[in-house]
Ligand binder design. Structure first.
Ligand code: UD1
Ligand code: MG
Length: 452
C-alpha cells in the first residue's frame, strides 16, 4: 500500500524562547526540520508534505522544493494542522504517516513498523506509545480493562488518576487515509481552545474501530523538543548515534564524548579523531587521516593521509598527505596540494599551495596561486588588498620566498626566483632572479647569496 508522510511544523515553539522558529533550531548541524524530512524520505517515495505556519518563510527557504508545503495560518492545534493538508492529500489514499517535526530522533525503522502494523491489522489508526518514568508533557494512553486503547488524554485535561499512567503518546501515527479526513472533522475544540490530533483516537474507538498501539523499546527516539533543555538532550543522543555509526565503520575516536560530528559528514576508515574535534556541515574526510586534537572543520574536503592539528578550516580542501597545524587557519577557497605543509600561525584564503610546498610559520596567503616545491619563509605576507580590490599573487615552482617578505599584489614571482629576508616586492620577479631590499630590486651580479 502506498505510504505518504505528513510532518507538522507550524507550531510557534514558545517554550524555546527564540526568534527562530522551533523547527529551524539546529541539531547535529542541521535544522530539526531536515532531520524529520530525511526520516520521511527514508520510508516513502512521495515528497513529504510539511505543515508550516509560524516562521514559514524561514522553513520554506531552508527546504525549497524538497518538500511540499501547506499552510496553517492560525495555530489551532495538531488536528487543525493536519486538516490544513486535507486539500493537498485527500485524494492520495493508502496510508498516511503523521509525525511532529520536533521529534528528530525517530528512526525510519520505527515508522516502518507502524506502517507494517497497519497493513497486517487493517485498522484505521496505528500509533506509537512509550513508557517513561517521567511522563511530563505527554498525552496519556487510556486503555480499557481488556487492554484496548480507547483514548489519549492530554496532560492538561487528565484526572489525577490518569496522570499516573506511564504509557504515553509518542506523537507518531499511521492512518488509513481513506478514513482519516472525514473523521478529523468530528474532533471538537478542547478547553484550551485547540483541536487535538490525539482526540482522533476517541473518534475511532467510539465508532467501534480498533486502534492499534506499538510500544517503543528505545525511549531515546521520542525525545520531543519543546525547550532548549530537550534540545541539548537530543543533541547528545544524536551525536552518540553518529559517533557509534562511524566507529563501527572503522573510525577511531580517542574520546568519542569530545568528537562533535554533524549528520552529513563522511569519514574514511583508519582515520583517527583526537579530542575536541568538530566536523561540521558537509565535511568529507578520507582514510588514515589524523584529525585533532582541537580541530574545527566546516564543509571541507580532506583526502587520504592528511594531518590536522589544532587548526580551524572552513570551505577548504586538502589533497593527499598534506598537513596543517599546529594553529593554522584555512579559510574559504584555501587548497593545500599533495604533501603540502602549512603550520604555525598561518592563514590562507582563496589560494592554492602547490604540492610539497611549505609555509611553516606566521604567514598570510590570500588570493594566491603557488606552484610546487615553493618555500614560503616565516612571516611572509601577500598584501592582496589595496583598499579597493583584492589582487592576485602567483608564485612559480621552486621559488624561495625569504622570511618577512611582503608580496605587494598584483604580483608574479617566476619559477626558481628568490626574495631576500624583509624584501618588499612591488614588481614582478622574472624566473631565476633574486630580489632584495625595500622596494625589492634584483641583486647585482656577483652577489648571489640571499639572506634567509
Ligand atoms: C503532542 C501531543 C502529545 C504527545 C506529545 C509528544 C497533541 C495534542 N499532543 O504534545 O499527546 O505526547 O506531542 O511529544 O498532539 N503543531 C502545528 N500546529 C499547531 C500545533 C502544533 O503544526 O497548531 C506542530 C508543532 O510545530 C510541533 C507538533 O505539532 O512540531 C507538536 O506540537 P507541540 O505543541 O509540541 O505538542 P506537545 O505539547 O508536545
Ligand atoms: Mg512537542
Amino acid at each position: 500500500m502506498k505510504i505518504s508522510t505528513l510532518i507538522l511544523a507550524a507550531g510557534q515553539g514558545t517554550r524555546m524562547v527564540s526568534n527562530l522558529p522551533k523547527v529551524m533550531h539546529p541539531l547535529a548541524g542541521k535544522p530539526l526540520i531536515r532531520h524529520a524530512v530525511r526520516t520521511a524520505c527514508a520510508v516513502s517515495d512521495e515528497k513529504p508534505v510539511v505543515v508550516v505556519g509560524h516562521g514559514s518563510e524561514r522553513v520554506q527557504q531552508e527546504m525549497g522544493s524538497e518538500v511540499e508545503f501547506v499552510f496553517q495560518h492560525e495555530q489551532l492545534g495538531t488536528a487543525h494542522a493536519v486538516m490544513a493538508a486535507e486539500e493537498t492529500m485527500r485524494e492520495r489514499g493508502g496510508m498516511l504517516l503523521v509525525f511532529y517535526a520536533d521529534m528528530p530522533l525517530i528512526t525510519p525503522r520505527t515508522l516502518r513498523s507502524l506502517a507494517e502494523c497497519m497493513q497486517t491489522d487493517q485498522t484505521s489508526i496505528c500509533m506509537l506509545t512509550v513508557e517513561l518514568d517521567d511522563p511530563h508533557g505527554f498525552g496519556r494512553v487510556i486503555r480499557d480493562p481488556s487492554g484496548k486503547v480507547i483514548e489519549i488524554v492530554e496532560e492538561a485535561q487528565a484526572t489525577p488518576a490518569q496522570r499516573e499512567i506511564r504509557e504515553l503518546n509518542a506523537g507518531v501515527y499511521c492512518f488509513d487515509a481513506g478514513w482519516l479526513w472525514d473523521a478529523l472533522h468530528q474532533i471538537r475544540i478542547s478547553s484550551k481552545g485547540e483541536y487535538y490530533l490525539t482526540d482522533i483516537v476517541a473518534v475511532a474507538t467510539s465508532s467501534g474501530r480498533e486502534v492499534k498501539a506499538i510500544r517503543l523499546d528505545d525511549p531515546d527516539e521520542l525525545v520531543g523538543i519543546n525547550n532548549r533543555i530537550h534540545l541539548a538532550e537530543a543533541e547528545k543522543i544524536m551525536r552518540r548515534r553518529i559517533n557509534t555509526a562511524w566507529m563501527l565503520q572503522g573510525v577511531t575516536m580517542v574520546n568519542p564524548e569530545t568528537c562533535y560530528i554533524d549528520a552529513d559528514v563522511i569519514i574514511g576508515k583508519d582515520t583517527v579523531l583526537f579530542p575536541n574535534t568538530f566536523l561540521r556541515g558537509k565535511t568529507e574526510i578520507g582514510e588514515a587521516c589524523l584529525i585533532g586534537p582541537n580541530a574545527i572543520i566546516e564543509s571541507c574536503k580532506i583526502a587520504n593521509g592528511c594531518k590536522v592539528i589544532a587548526s580551524v578550516m572552513e570551505g577548504a580542501q586538502m589533497d593527499e598527505g598534506s598537513e596543517i597545524g599546529p594553529f593554522g587557519h584555512l579559510r574559504k577557497g584555501a587548497h593545500l596540494g599533495e604533501g603540502a605543509h602549512m603550520g604555525n600561525f598561518g592563514e590562507m584564503k582563496n589560494s592554492y599551495l602547490g604540492p610539497h610546498s611549505k609555509m611553516g610559520h606566521f604567514s598570510y596567503v590570500g588570493d594566491a596561486q603557488i606552484a610546487e616545491n615553493v618555500n614560503i619563509g616565516a612571516g611572509t605576507i601577500t598584501c592582496n588588498y589595496d583598499g579597493v580590490r583584492k589582487n592576485r599573487t602567483e608564485i612559480g615552482a621552486g621559488a624561495f620566498i625569504g622570511s618577512d617578505t611582503m608580496l605587494v599584489a598584483p604580483l608574479k614571482i617566476g619559477e626558481g626566483a628568490k626574495t631576500g629576508a624583509g624584501a618588499v616586492v612591488t614588481h614582478d620577479v622574472p624566473p631565476g632572479t633574486v630580489v632584495v631590499g625595500v622596494p625589492a630590486r634584483p641583486l647585482k651580479k656577483g652577489k648571489e647569496e640571499v639572506e634567509r
